[in-house]
Design a protein around this ligand. Structure first.
Ligand code: SRM
Ligand code: SF4
Length: 567
């Protein structure tokens, strides 16, 4: 393998290298109060500490008219491997959202954690101190590092699940930046760092973000193939014995730039449990050393992998670890949606999955979700689990405690029967008003759009059928739309590209079917294709599979070659 060109480094590379292990001049900048934001360089560096500088895009015009700067504020994303948060922690997070944010809500994300949008700079340290007190942090939830690790929750197989969760925490800690800059900047107010070098990530950190997920087949709610490393649990007699590893997944593209493509991760082999840390470290350091540091659009592991080839990448892993990757154990995926409602675990405890519209924990007129969850958290001294589908599970409920929780559910109307199967399965990213990269609405568009789509489905008598539909406000694809059966990707206000041919299990990338479509045109496209599906489908054939079988779309097999090829 040859090392990538070290001249022409991108600006971010220079910034990282010269940042004194992620400090920059943040400590001075925090104190500047003539602006609500940080200077550009520091606004990039605070990402490594789990924060994004944003402003409310709905208010931009009005504030400009009044000669005010945009309403600059900070979004904070917590580190929460496997999405587990104790109810005690939840009560505190709920309070932070109420008292320290502009929006008074908590946003669950597709990577099993939560974001607090709208924190003012002056309140940041206080927020971090509260997090620290309840043993949470936001280290490395953004920036060119390993992000929050997903781990699929599974009360039907608790022994294997707890083992997987254990590994998600262990890998997360192992791959964290070792710089003490987070503690120094946000918790302590004084220099503490004796560390001169980042042993794993390197002083320039990774070329780009890096993502890891763990799941137990047949469940693929984490969309394992969208990650830089996917660990697929292999069990014997319900005990975790090792992992199949897939690498180099990633979903984002840039509109009209055919050098960018979404890619499904490739299988590289099976490993034993005691090899997980070594192998993960080897993969991340290969990406550190060979990833593109000149062009951020070509810097994810997926491009490194395609550049060097799977066989060379595999050889390099084996060389660095002195281990041999074993052949993949057979596995299948057939499920990735959440099981809504109560489920009894094999441990005889109860688990309640609640639907959270767009992952937004807020109080609406007909559903007081934020208040209701707070009430539950106060009487149920256990944990919540945030799912990769932006929903929440109340875990570990004893038969005795169940009626009390049911009564809170009823009082605050936390299970709203009007939410149809399509609404419960669809996902949208955040998009407007907080996302600076949004090109079209996503979160705010999803429900009104589904209301229209459902009318059409009722008319065509397919409202009981299930289709995985996801919307992203831009081609970064944060709702993992590029692994859905109907994928809508924002192009401009009110216009979306329609991609079809993904499958129900999340194991196939869809392909562009209609460009720049408005709502009417999207509905027309779905109407036409779904009518054909319902008429000619084979028994139990999902929509995405029908689209491929009937040659409406040729399947994407190797993204680098065929994502842009003709239908
Ligand atoms: Fe994402 C950037 C929101 C999951 C691909 N993503 C952003 C930013 C931070 C915009 C920015 O850079 O300023 C968005 C903040 C919006 C806001 O106001 O909150 C944002 N991404 C989200 C979340 C909150 C979407 C959601 O509705 O849940 C998810 C947070 C996950 C987390 O907790 O860590 C989120 N983002 C994803 C995923 C899905 C996943 O990881 O499972 C993807 C596609 C998978 C992948 O990485 O390939 C994703 N987000 C991106 C990208 C494109 C990365 C690339 O390879 O080019 C960007 C832009 C970037 O990094 O330059 C991005
Ligand atoms: Fe923002 Fe685009 Fe991600 Fe949506 S997909 S949250 S619009 S970056």
């Amino acid at each position: 393998m040859s090392i990538s060109n070290s001249s022409n480094l991108s600006n971010n590379e220079i910034l990282k290298k010269e940042s004194s292990l992620l400090r920059g001049s943040i400590s001075k900048d925090i104190k500047v109060n003539i602006t609500g934001g940080f200077n550009y360089n520091n606004s990039q560096l605070i990402r490594f500490h789990g924060m994004y500088q944003q402003d409310d895009r709905d208010l931009r015009k009005e504030r400009l008219k009044q000669k005010l700067e945009p309403l600059v504020n900070i979004m904070l994303r917590c580190r929460l491997p496997g999405g587990i948060i104790t109810t005690k922690q939840w009560v505190n997070i709920n309070r932070l959202a109420t008292e320290n944010t502009l929006y008074n809500n908590i946003r669950l994300t597709t990577r099993q954690t939560f974001q607090l949008h709208g924190i003012l700079k002056a309140n940041l340290k206080n927020v971090h101190k509260v997090l620290n007190k309840i043993e949470l942090d936001s280290i490395a939830t953004a920036g060119d590092v390993n992000r929050n690790i997903l781990c699929s929750f599974n009360p039907k197989n608790p022994i294997s699940y707890f083992n997987c969760w254990f590994w998600s925490k262990k890998i997360s800690v192992h791959l964290l930046p070792k710089s003490k800059s987070y503690a120094e900047l946000w918790l302590k107010d004084k220099k503490t760092d004796l560390i001169k070098a980042e042993p794993i990530l390197g002083n320039s950190y990774l070329p780009r973000k890096f993502k890891i997920a763990i799941t137990i087949p047949p469940v693929n709610d984490v969309d394992i193939y969208s990650n830089d490393i996917g660990l697929i649990a292999v069990n014997k007699l319900n005990n975790l014995i090792g992992f199949n590893i897939v690498i180099g997944g990633g979903l984002s593209i840039v509109h009209n730039d055919k050098k960018t493509y979404p890619k499904k991760a490739n299988e590289i082999g099976y490993i034993f449990l005691n090899e997980v840390i070594k192998i993960s470290e080897a993969i991340i350091t290969i990406q550190r050393d060979f990833g593109n540091r000149n062009n951020r659009k070509a810097a994810r592991t997926k491009y490194t992998l395609d550049k060097v080839s799977i066989s060379l990448f595999r050889k390099e892993i084996e060389k660095r670890t002195n281990l041999k990757l074993k052949p993949i154990y057979p596995y299948i995926f057939n499920k990735r949606n959440d099981n809504f409602g109560w489920l009894k675990g094999t441990d005889k405890r109860w688990y309640l999955t609640l639907f959270v519209q767009n992952g937004r924990i807020t109080d609406c007129q007909d559903k007081l979700l934020k208040t209701g969850l707070e009430k539950i958290a106060k009487i149920h001294n256990k944990s919540f689990c945030i799912t990769p589908n932006q929903n929440i599970i109340i875990t570990d409920v004893s038969p005795k405690a169940k009626p009390k929780i049911e009564s809170i559910i009823k009082t605050y109307n936390l299970i709203n029967r009007k939410e149809s199967i399509h609404k419960r399965k669809a996902m949208a990213c955040v998009s407007f008003p907080t996302c600076p990269l949004a090109m079209a609405e996503a979160e705010r568009f999803l429900m009104p759009f589904l209301n229209k789509l459902e009318k059409l489905m009722v008319h065509n008598n397919i409202h009981k059928e299930s289709i995985v539909l996801r919307i992203a406000g831009c081609p970064n694809g944060c709702s993992r739309a590029m692994l859905s059966e109907i994928c809508l990707v924002g192009k401009s206000i009110g216009k979306y590209n329609v991609y079809l041919g993904g499958n129900y299990e999340g194991t196939r990338i869809p392909k562009l079917y209609k460009e720049n479509a408005n709502v009417k045109e999207i509905l027309k496209t779905i109407n036409k294709t779904s009518k054909g599906w319902i008429k000619y489908k084979r028994p139990n054939e999902p929509y995405g599979s029908f689209i491929i079988r009937t040659n409406l779309i040729k399947p994407v097999i190797n993204s680098a070659n065929d994502f842009y090829s003709l239908l």
